[in-house]
Design a protein around this ligand. Structure first.
Ligand code: SAM
Length: 224
């Protein structure tokens, strides 16, 4: 999968690509993530990407033309690209959306700053508006990296053990149950005996019950 991220702060994106599964996925050729500087798609000497909004109001708005040119550039040679606009007004990201996006071959992610972007970008180039929650950050870069990471995990081969992705919260319409590692006893708290029994059937049943219990307690909406 190819993911192009368009931003005025490409270094923010690049530094999160240098660690963990995203770095490994790129080295193994499973995913390629490219960060583009929006300023490279301006046509004036000062590389202006924002202007005051028409009609007045606080702050600056990002201009449409650099985003249009950037999308055109990223699309070259690609078919069926999805163009994602990061915005608190978009559809809230969840596991199902990540699964849909993980099936795509090419994503272009637009990361506005300031007051957001000129409405015509939404109208003409964007295929999906994506929010990461009901709160406002100062820019689309962190939201974009949330999308990149969550989607990348679902691409076969990226996470070493596919079982671990399949057992994750939300992958099975519920939450994962409690898990334990060494030591067997910590601060007077013991690991449940069944997990030490070596009986895989009993362990699987226990994990399943615990997962259901945790989902009922914390997210009963997922079971409906
Ligand atoms: N004035 C905009 C509004 O009320 O919708 C918010 C602008 S915000 C300060 C700047 C940029 O950060 C947004 O255009 C968007 O790209 C990104 N952003 C902020 N919060 C976000 C969220 N919850 N999900 C996705 N992107 C977000």
């Amino acid at each position: 999968m190819l993911i192009d991220v368009v931003t005025i702060f490409p270094e923010t994106v690049e530094c999160s690509l240098r660690t963990g599964i995203l770095e490994r996925g790129q080295e193994d050729g499973i995913i390629q993530v490219r960060a583009h500087d929006l300023r490279d798609f301006t046509d004036d000497r000062h590389k202006v990407t924002d202007e005051p909004p028409y009609g007045g109001g606080p702050g600056m708005l990002m201009k449409p033309e650099p985003f249009f040119r950037a999308v055109h550039h990223c699309r070259r040679g690609q078919h069926n690209s999805r163009v994602l606009l990061m915005t608190p007004q978009g559809r809230q990201l969840n596991h199902k959306i990540c699964e849909e996006l993980a099936r795509e071959e090419h994503l272009i992610i637009l990361c506005p700053r300031y007051e957001g972007v000129d409405e015509r970008v939404r109208q003409w180039v964007v295929t999906n508006e994506v929010s990461i929650g009901d709160y406002v950050l100062s820019g689309g870069e962190f939201p974009a990296m949330v999308v990149v990471d969550a989607v990348a995990r679902l691409i076969p081969g990226l996470v070493g053990e596919p079982e671990s992705v399949r057992g994750d919260s939300f992958a099975q319409a519920g939450l994962e149950g409690p898990q334990y590692t060494r030591p067997r006893e910590f601060q007077g708290l013991e690991v449940p005996a069944v997990l030490l029994s070596g009986n895989h059937q009993m362990i699987a049943r226990h994990n399943c019950e615990q997962s259901r219990l945790r989902t009922v307690q914390r997210r009963p909406d997922l079971l409906r």
